[in-house]
Design a binder for this molecule. Sequence first.
Ligand code: PNW
Length: 484
Amino acid sequence: MATDSPANPLPSDFEWGFATAAYQIEGAVNEDGRGKSIWDTFCHLEPTRTKGDSGDIACDHYHRFEEDFDLLSKYGAKAYRFSISWSRIIPMGGRNDAVNEKGIAFYSQMIDSLLKRNIVPWVTLYHWDLPQALHDRYGGWLNVEESQLDFERFAKVCYERFGDRVKNWITLNEPWIVSIFGYATGGNAPGRSSINPQSTEGNSATEPWIVGKALIMSHARAVALYNKEFRAAQNGRIGISLNGDFYEPWDAQDERDHQAAERRMEFHIGWFANPVCLAQDYPTCMREQLGDRLPEFTEADFALLREAEMDFYGMNYYTSQFARHRDGPASETDCLGNVEEFQENKEGLSVGEPSGVHWLRSTPKLFRKHLTRVYRKYGKPIYVTENGCPCPGEDKMTVEEAVNDTYRIRYFEDHIDAVALARSEDGSDIKGYFAWSLMDNLEWSDGYGVRFGVTFTDYNTLARTPKQSALLLKGMFEKQMAPS
Ligand code: PNW
C-alpha cells in the first residue's frame, strides 16, 4: 500500500488518467441535433487541409463510450479528461440560441458512467470546436465583445447541468494554438492567414492578437461566473490548459540567445498566463514588439480578470527547443518574439530523441525545468493536462507492431520521473497528470496518420487494442508513491 511520507515523490492522492477531445474521437457529427463547428467546415475544404481526413466518424466514441470507459477501468485510471462539443449543447452557439437536450443527455450519461466506475471527470469546455454559426454570425473569436458573452453562456449551461457531478473544469485548451494556428499560420480551423498559400482570408499581423484577447476575456468571464454563482454550491475547481515548450539558448555563450529563449517563452505562455494567473498586462517584450497590434486591456477588463481567480494551471507539455535571436526588427507577421527555433543547438546537440512526429523530441529534463519555471512565475498548483507522443515509425505499423510501444513507455517513465523530481527536489506543487491520449484519434491537420494513443484504433473496423504503455502507467505512478 502506498503511504504518504516526505520521501515519496508523489502523494497517494496524486490524480492521474488519460485525456481526449470531442472532435478528435466522437464522430456522429450529424446526430441528435449537433450543430456544425469550424472543424467540420475546415476538414471538408478542397483542396484538403487535413490530409483528406475528417472527424465525421473518428473513433465513433459517441456510440462506444461505454467500451472506452471499460478501457479506462482496465488501465486503472483515477481520472479522465474530455471536452464538450459546444455545438452539441447549443447548436447555433449564441447566448439567445436554444439548448439541445439530446446533447445534454449524451454528456450527462458519460459523466454518470465515469462516476459509476469511480473515475473522476475533468471537463474541458473548449477544445477548438467553435460553433460554425458564431463564426458566420460575427467572425467568432475575431469579435472580442460578442464571443466572450456567448462563451460565458455556454459555460453557464454546463455548470448548471453538469456541475452537480463535475468538480474539475478547464475553460480553454491551448489558446496559443487556437490563435496562432487558426489565425496566423492557418494550419488549424478556421484556417485564416495572410502568409499561408492555402488560405484565402486573414491577416496574420493582427488577427491572432485580437483572438488572443477574446480567449482571455472568455476564460475570465467563465471563471468569474463560476466564482460568483456556482463555487459555493458546487465546490469545484477551475483552471485553463496552456501549451508551451521550454527554450534553451541556441548558443549558450551568447547573452542575446538567453534573452531570445526567455522572450520565446513569454510569447508562448506569458501572453495568456500574465492576464489569467496574475491579472496583469501582457509581457513587456510583447508590447515592445507588437505595439498597438496588441489590444489593450481596459480598467473593466482588469477588474474582470481580478474576479476570475482560478484554482490551477493546466500544463500541456510535449517537447522543448532551442531559441536563437534574430538581428534587426521583427517582421509584422512574427509571433514568436523575433527568434528562430531549432531542435539542435550550436554544437549540433539534439534537444532529445526524435519521436513519430517532426515537432516532438523527448525532453524530460527540460520538462522538469519548465514545471518549476511555471510554478515559480505563476504560483498556481499545476496539473499536467496533456503529455504523450507517437513512437518513431508508428504511422506505418500494424497493430501487432504498434502495441509494442517501447519508445512511448520510456517517454512516460522519463516524464513522470521529471514530475516527481520537480515536486520533491524543486518544491513545485504538481497535483496530477493526464496522458495524451486514451486512444489514437484525429490528429487535427495531420489526420489519422500520427498516433498519440495508448490504445491502437483500427480505423477500418474501429476495434481498439491496448498498447503495452496503457497497462504500465498505473505501475509507474504507484512506484513513485511507494515509500522509498
Ligand atoms: C495538443 N505543436 O496540440 C492538443 O491539445 C491535442 O488536441 C493534440 O492532439 C495534441 O496536442 C498532440 O498534438 C498541439 O506543434 C499541437 O507544438 C501541436 C503542437 C503542440 C500541441
